[in-house]
Design a protein around this ligand. Structure first.
Ligand code: H2P
Length: 800
């Protein structure tokens, strides 16, 4: 039986004090929040350790099939609350600490966000890490232990400034366990010759290679109240003692350390590209070597490794898993090529997360050959075999589009699809687009590989942890069964028209808005009226996500209020939270515009607090936990067809925000869940967007010139309306008019404005608004990542 089952308040207090003594030689009343956090986290680890070890042993003993989720990003945020909640000791620990004068929330604040990811992709991976043990599935993560997380964003004079995010303390991360025992060597560079053996086989001989040591750091992933503990393994690089002479200078050593320094090193230079490629191979090779070695211990035939191991390629970054597994099986375990290929393709599966071509990685074949020469040979052979297999069976054009090596470039998505048995998109529309458009040639070859797995969210974090007041209200209204079975939220359907319940939910929302307003006051000194609509767009900054359309609407409201000093609108606060990729110029200009517009508006007393704009610096998981429960409106306004799924849309819904959305990604499935009356849809759908592509008839300048109201808004970017943005304003104006508005903001503008006006009206009727908000909460359970991952586990990996 799990240790946590026997815990009492007294025992926790005693253990906690002991831990403080042991780690810091101090008494509780002298300890800082940091020290208390570390002591508590270590204690949790101790409590969990027996289950963690047992789980690992069971897999070996029972020869359970296990899935490994390879991802270049993981975005867990903080782990203390999740771990306590999943262990079922949250309240007990909170009370125990309270008894000795400690507020658990101070410890929560002391934990640093683990931000080894960029946006939705990495956060999804972390939601899956929470859901896998929760459904009792043996599914482990495999990634990189970056020394610095995604950069820390500061706004200076309205501009984004990127600072290193040093999330690791000098002692590392308290949740991890370093396992030097399981380190492996990874070889890069050099030459590889194939030397014929007596048997006639060719054996690779390496020359001048560089050897890296990959050292794993394991983090427990605790299932929700079920004693199941899985593992997230992150790899760090070291220089192996044996090969020290290969790295004689400090610069040499630094270059090696760089491999696990940052996520997405700038790839504008060849050096940066090399670094990314090395990162990808490092993670894949280290992971697969240990996985194959542990399978080998089972004593089962290598050609049947797919019966016990599934490897998931999350986005294209881990695509080298295909040739690396081939290398291990053929070179090290001496399997025939055909046997190795047959099992490899059954081991591998791949998720595509976007149709934007920028995310379908391609590598220069020369660079590839230089860094991973043996993998380059293997990829060449896979490509040859692919062409041979399909020659004469399909149009040569199809082969030309789908083969891995094209024009001296290696197409990682093609490698992932050819080398695996499953390709999935992340929402219904996205999977349809993959099949009909982006990957249609592959669909012709392998229709059986394609499937959809709509994204989901780890609902416990986005309800119980992020929104305790709403959770308490739900307990009161529908009982607390929803905490373990999220589908019980449907019970709320019975109260949608109950005015008392509506009022209760309204009050919870207002309290959450106050919490956010206090944070904004503290961090930026801005006073926010909480009777205003809190309208939120938080996500990566990208042109297709159309933060700019939101800005254009704000400009329109501003102009209306300036034109008519007596105008009364439903007050609004617009919140933005977004990081721009360091090299993404346009996105940075949008950030500057938002900040200058915010300054202009927030300091204009004549607007009488009817309009406010807040740019929240350094958006991350912890900030999301503060913002999302406080939102009235969830902005999901991407150009239809471009947002693969979205996941913040699901989080907002679960917290009772109304979604203002295009028919894109999972917004469509949210609409199906709540019905048309409980979501606000605007703009072109995917067919209308594609019709422009086929007809080549979009003309933004024409729209601009024929719509005076819109023209005035667009001109505000260049006519001095927004101070200090001469350069950025022109860049934006050009994108919209001179370069024909790639993401159709102008065409969608009027409908967006109209639907925003509808929202302003609707908000005046608190009862109707709350009823719609509750409808959203009630139906949000279908977006639990527990269910999503169960489908992966059953249909793709075969581990349940
Ligand atoms: C991406 C997609 C989202 C999707 C997410 C997870 C790459 O995330 O764009 O539509 O929901 O993966 O599948 P993001 O843009 O947030 O970085």
């Amino acid at each position: 039986m799990a240790i946590v089952m026997q815990l009492t308040k007294e025992k926790i207090i005693q253990d906690f004090k002991m831990q403080l003594h042991e780690d810091f030689m101090i008494q509780n009343d002298e300890a800082t929040a940091d020290e208390r956090f570390i002591a508590l986290a270590k204690l949790v680890k101790c409590y969990v350790m027996p289950d963690w070890l047992r789980g690992r042993d069971e897999i070996v003993k029972e020869q359970k099939k296990t899935a490994y989720y390879f991802s270049i990003e993981f975005l867990p945020g903080k782990m203390l609350q999740t771990n306590l909640l999943n262990l079922g000791i949250y309240d007990l620990v909170q009370e125990a600490l309270r008894e000795i004068g400690v507020d658990l929330m101070d410890l929560v604040d002391a934990e640093r966000d683990m931000a080894l990811g960029n946006g939705g992709l990495g956060r999804l991976a972390s939601c899956f890490m929470d859901s896998l043990p929760t459904i009792g599935a043996p599914g482990f993560g495999n990634g990189i232990r970056y020394k610095y997380g995604l950069f820390k964003q500061k706004i200076v004079n309205g501009y984004q400034v990127e600072l290193p995010d040093a999330w690791l303390s000098s002692d590392g991360n308290v949740w991890e366990t370093k396992k030097p025992h399981s380190a492996v060597d990874v070889k890069i560079y050099g030459n590889v010759y194939l030397v014929p053996q007596e048997s006639g086989d060719l054996k690779p001989v390496y020359e001048n290679v560089k050897t890296l040591r990959a050292v794993p750091y394991d983090m427990m992933q605790i299932g929700f109240k079920n004693d199941v503990v899985n593992n997230l393994r992150l790899w760090d690089v070291e220089i192996p003692e044996k090969y020290e002479l290969d790295y004689p200078t400090l610069a040499d050593r630094r270059r090696i350390e760089d491999i696990t320094s940052v996520l997405y090193p700038d790839d504008a230079t060849r050096e940066g590209q090399s670094l990314r490629l090395i990162q990808e191979y490092f993670m894949v090779s280290a992971g697969l070597q240990t996985i194959v070695a542990s399978y080998a211990k089972m004593g089962l035939p290598m050609a049947k490794i797919h019966e016990k191991i599934a490897v998931h390629i999350n986005d294209t970054h881990p695509a080298m898993a295909v040739p690396e597994l081939m290398r291990i099986l053929v070179d090290e375990y001496e399997l025939d090529w055909d046997d190795a290929w047959a099992t490899t393709t059954q081991v591998m599966s791949y998720t595509n997360h976007t149709i934007l071509s920028e995310a379908l990685e391609k590598w220069d074949a020369g660079l590839f050959k230089e860094i991973v020469p043996r993998i380059h040979q293997i990829v060449g052979e896979i490509d040859r075999q692919f062409v041979k297999t399909w020659a004469g069976k399909v149009d040569t054009a199809v082969i030309d589009h789908t083969r891995i090596i094209q024009n001296n470039q290696i197409h990682m998505a093609n490698l992932s699809i050819i080398g695996g048995h499953s390709v999935n998109g992340v929402a219904k529309l996205h999977t349809e687009l993959l099949i009909e458009d982006v990957l249609k040639d592959f669909y012709l070859l392998y229709p059986e590989k394609f499937n959809n797995k709509t994204n989901g969210i780890a609902q416990r974090r986005w309800s119980q942890i992020a929104n305790p007041s709403m959770s308490a209200l739900l307990d009161k209204q529908i009982g607390d069964g929803w905490r373990s079975n999220i589908h019980e939220l449907l019970k709320l359907e019975d109260f949608l028209e109950d005015a008392t319940v509506q009022l209760d939910f309204y009050q919870v929302k207002q309290a959450n808005k106050q919490r956010l307003a206090d944070y904004v006051k503290k961090t930026q000194g801005i006073d926010l009226p909480i009777h205003a609509i809190f309208d939120v767009q938080v996500k990566r900054l990208h042109a297709y996500k159309r933060q700019l359309l939101n800005v254009m609407h704000i400009i329109k409201l501003y102009q209306d209020l300036k034109d008519n000093a007596a105008l009364e609108i439903t007050p609004r606060v617009f919140f933005f939270g977004a990081k721009a990729a360091p090299g993404y110029h346009f996105a940075k200009s949008v950030i500057k515009i938002i900040n200058e517009l915010a300054n202009l508006i927030n300091n204009d007393a004549r607007l009488r607090d009817q309009l406010k704009v807040v740019f929240l610096e350094n958006y991350n998981v912890s900030l999301a936990e503060l913002i999302i429960p406080a939102a009235d409106v969830s902005e999901q306004i991407s150009t239809a067809g471009k947002e693969a799924s979205g996941t913040s849309n699901m989080k907002f819904m679960m917290n009772g925000a109304l979604t203002l959305a295009t028919l894109d990604g999972a917004n469509i499935e949210i609409k199906d869940a709540v019905g048309e009356d409980n979501i606000v849809i605007f703009g072109m759908d995917k067919d209308a967007v594609y019709a422009h592509y086929t007809r080549h008839d979009y003309n933004s300048r024409y729209i601009y010139e024929t719509n005076p109201r819109l023209k005035r808004v667009v001109d505000a970017f260049i006519d001095g309306t927004i101070p200090n943005t001469h350069y950025e304003g022109h860049e934006i104006w050009d994108a919209l008019i001179s370069y024909n508005d790639e993401y159709f903001l102008l065409e969608d503008f009027e409908d967006y404005v109209a639907k925003q006006a509808y929202i302003s009206e609707l908000y005046k009727d608190k009862n109707t608004w709350q009823s719609k908000a509750m409808k959203n909460i009630a139906n949000s359970g279908r977006f639990t990542s527990d269910d999503t991952i169960e489908l992966y586990a059953r249909e793709i990996w075969g581990i349940l």
